[in-house]
Design a protein around this ligand. Structure first.
Ligand SMILES: O=C(O)[C@H](O)[C@@H](O)[C@H](O)[C@H](O)COP(=O)(O)O
Length: 238
């Protein structure tokens, strides 16, 4: 288990951004699968700063959205699509065709899952996936349950997800999300799990205990040697 501890969010983000840059550098057409939310925001900022001038790198980069809130109208500022545009796609000027994301308001959500599954299948294995961890141990919108889904799927959001900071400004909080599944996430050459933020102490302890359980989906990352667990010590306190 590759665990690295940091004093705070700032140090974790700087380290993560360097790791992201060095892991993707030199690859033909690097695919970055990207979470939204608080955990990766500063990391994305440092990553963008470090590669902004490198046209060659940026032109080849593909950004794949990890998940999306279902039912938000197109362009909703609180969507994962808008978040990734703000933090990665726009500042790096990634071409629209290289930004692969879910439609937050599809007519047929199951067909949307299949569309994204086909896209992901063509990209596998993903070069690098950046994840945050939910207060209940979710990764993407793979919520704790008796069973987990391997591929893109529609998921009923947990109370913790509906109370997520991204949901607080929404006119109406969605009850469902759409997300890459566990197999697709684990089919990344490298994974960075960013462990930062309050209210996660218990799920982190469970993860560090080293047992795998669908009640804490993040523990499945223990199956993957190429996962780097970057832990902000403040998150262990509360
Ligand atoms: O936002 C996302 O793309 C993910 O669906 C979600 O799994 C998130 O990474 C965690 O809920 C942690 O969120 P914070 O980083 O905001 O604590």
């Amino acid at each position: 288990m590759n665990v690295r501890y940091f004093k705070n969010y700032e140090e974790l983000s700087r380290y993560g951004a360097d790791l992201l840059k060095s892991s993707l550098h030199g690859l033909g057409e690097p695919v970055l699968c990207a979470a939204s939310g608080h955990s990766p925001s500063l990391l994305y900022h440092y990553f963008v700063e470090s590669i902004r001038g490198d046209e060659d790198y940026v032109q080849k980069l593909k950004i794949l959205a990890l998940d999306e809130w279902l039912g938000l109208s197109k362009g909703d500022p609180n969507s994962c699509e808008s978040y990734l545009k703000k933090f990665l796609v726009d500042p790096l000027k990634v071409e629209d065709s290289r930004f692969l994301r879910f439609d937050s308001d599809p007519k047929n959500p199951e067909a949307e899952c299949q569309r994204m599954k086909n896209i992901v299948d063509d990209l596998l294995p993903l070069d690098l996936t950046v994840l945050g961890i939910g207060k209940n141990g979710h990764i993407g919108f793979n919520e704790p349950s008796t069973s987990l889904s391997p591929f893109c799927h529609v998921t009923e959001l947990s109370r913790e997800s509906m109370q997520h900071s991204m949901a607080q400004e929404m006119d109406e909080i969605p009850k469902y999300g759409i997300t890459l599944g566990m197999s697709e996430i684990l089919n990344s050459k490298k994974i960075l799990l960013l462990v930062t933020g309050k209210g996660k102490k218990d799920v982190i302890r469970e993860l560090l205990d080293g047992k795998i359980t669908s009640k804490n989906p993040s523990t499945f990352l223990l199956l993957k040697n190429q996962t780097e667990f970057l832990i902000d010590e403040e998150s262990l306190a509360g």
